[in-house]
Design a protein around this ligand. Structure first.
Ligand code: ADP
Length: 446
């Protein structure tokens, strides 16, 4: 301020001095007045320069000047710079929050008070078929036409959610989306959506599984109870009694096998993956398979034409080396395939078991039979729990419908793959490919 007054006085003195020199005392008064005006105009021009700059607010073009206007411009520049950095910071924050919302595995839609889309993440766009850019400010009610959603939106019941069919859901690949609305801000709504297809499928599978287990246990239990009642109420002859007891034992055994297989499955699901520390000779596994297969075949074909069973020769097996994994699991999977071939192949049919080393170091264990074969539509479902093509044949021969489910599990745990090929009326081939890293000590025969 002091400078400003000093400047003004300097102008006055200069104008007055000049006027005095040129025109005496009147000249001095006129010079001082003119100098005051000139100072005023000069000051006004400086003020206008600052004002013009303030109007466009370009920080790259700040007017550089001294005095009060210079300070005003400088303070305004600092204020603008601080404001600009605050805006940049909050924009960065907003971008970070939006990026986090983009990264969530759930769909997020921000709706205004009129339920128009203000923003949505890519997941929500995919689930509902929105275009994240084009559909901004569109009413969500116009875009999601599901009547359940319309009712839910109208009700504004924020305490519950609604499950809708996904936009790209098809009968073969159903997609189910759970939608929940949450109020926030002044009348705004946050819509969260979640893909619950796998959850619903798991739930349905669990229900099916419980129903299947109950059915598998209840059937023999009902038969068993019937026999118990008969034995309790009817005076039976000794041979009849023992025949009934035999049938009861059969039903009890059936229940036992189902429970046993269920326990095996749950043990497989709960135990850690087999490591590479336990090695079992392929020869030992296949010799046991052969013993069990021949015994089962003899039992099932009593008084009938025997099966023709072929296994790899001892000579071949001696050079096949070892396989890594849980020996009992591998044994049960391989025996299961042989037992199925024996059980489903009519008397007189043939069953051929092979163990082949491939050039890449892997090995294929295969069981070929001349049984009834399996129609192609059943093949993908054979490893499902309790899935059977021929229920009566399975039960007659002591099947539980869990055998191939166990096989699949064991093989997956050992990095092996199961391949099923079959022709109805001709027979089936079940082959298992074991990876090279689980095999060792294979000696080439000369
Ligand atoms: P199960 O205890 O009923 O044999 P699995 O899981 O072992 O159960 O097999 C599932 C179904 O696959 C069987 O019920 C049967 O219908 C069919 N199957 C399995 N192996 C053979 C085979 N070698 N020949 C024909 N059908 C087979």
């Amino acid at each position: 301020m002091l400078w400003r007054i000093t400047y003004f006085l300097l102008w006055q003195f200069a104008g007055g001095g000049l006027g005095l020199w040129q025109g005496g005392p009147w000249g001095a008064a006129l010079g001082a007045a003119l100098a005051a005006w000139a100072w005023f105009v000069w000051d006004l021009l400086r003020g206008v320069r600052v004002l013009r700059w303030l109007r466009n607010g370009d920080l790259a073009d700040v007017p550089v000047m001294r005095g009060i206007w210079g300070e005003a411009a400088d303070r305004a520049r600092r204020l603008l710079r601080r404001q600009e950095s605050q805006i940049r910071e909050s924009q960065d924050r907003l971008q970070e929050i939006l990026a986090a919302l983009q990264a969530t595995p759930n769909g997020v839609v921000l709706l205004d008070a009129q339920c128009r889309i203000e923003w949505c993440n890519q997941m929500a766009a995919n689930q509902f078929g929105f275009d994240a850019q084009r559909d901004v400010m569109q009413s969500i009610g116009n875009l999601v036409r599901d009547p359940d959603f319309t009712a839910y939106l109208a009700e504004q019941d924020f305490g519950s959610d609604v499950v809708l069919e996904g936009r790209f859901s098809t009968p073969s690949r159903p997609v189910r989306i759970s939608v929940h609305l949450h109020p926030y801000g002044d009348g705004r709504t946050l819509l969260l959506s979640r893909d619950v297809t796998a959850l619903e499928q798991a739930d349905a599978m669990r229900r099916d599984f419980v129903a299947n287990v109950s059915h598998e246990i209840r059937t023999p239990l009902t038969v068993l109870t019937g026999f118990v009642e008969t034995l309790q109420t009817l005076p039976l002859a000794a041979d009849e009694r023992s025949r009934y007891l035999g049938m009861m034992a059969q039903q009890a055994l059936r229940m036992q096998s189902v429970v046993q297989d269920l326990l095996t499955l749950s043990r497989l699901e709960g135990s850690p993956l087999p490591g590479m520390a336990e090695w079992t000779p392929v020869q030992a596994l296949l010799t046991r398979c052969e013993d069990e297969g021949r015994a089962l075949s003899a039992l099932l074909t009593q008084n009938q034409a025997p099966h023709v069973l072929q296994f790899p020769s001892e000579d071949q097996l001696r050079t096949e080396g070892d396989i890594a994994g849980v020996s009992a699991e591998l044994q049960s999977a391989m025996s299961n395939l042989i037992s199925n071939a024996v059980r489903y192949t009519p008397a007189g049919g043939s069953i051929t078991v092979e163990w082949l080393r491939l050039a890449d170091g892997s090995a294929v264990f295969s069981v070929r039979d001349t049984g009834p074969g399996i129609a192609p539509e059943h093949i993908p479902r054979l490893t499902e729990r309790f899935y059977r093509v021929d229920r009566s044949r399975s039960r007659e021969t002591g099947g539980t419908g869990l055998g191939l489910a166990i096989v699949k599990h064991v093989l997956q745990r050992h990095g092996a793959a199961l391949d099923i090929r079959s022709t109805v009326g001709k027979g089936s081939v079940f082959s298992v490919t074991f990876p090279a890293n689980r095999l060792r000590g294979f000696a080439l025969r000369g």
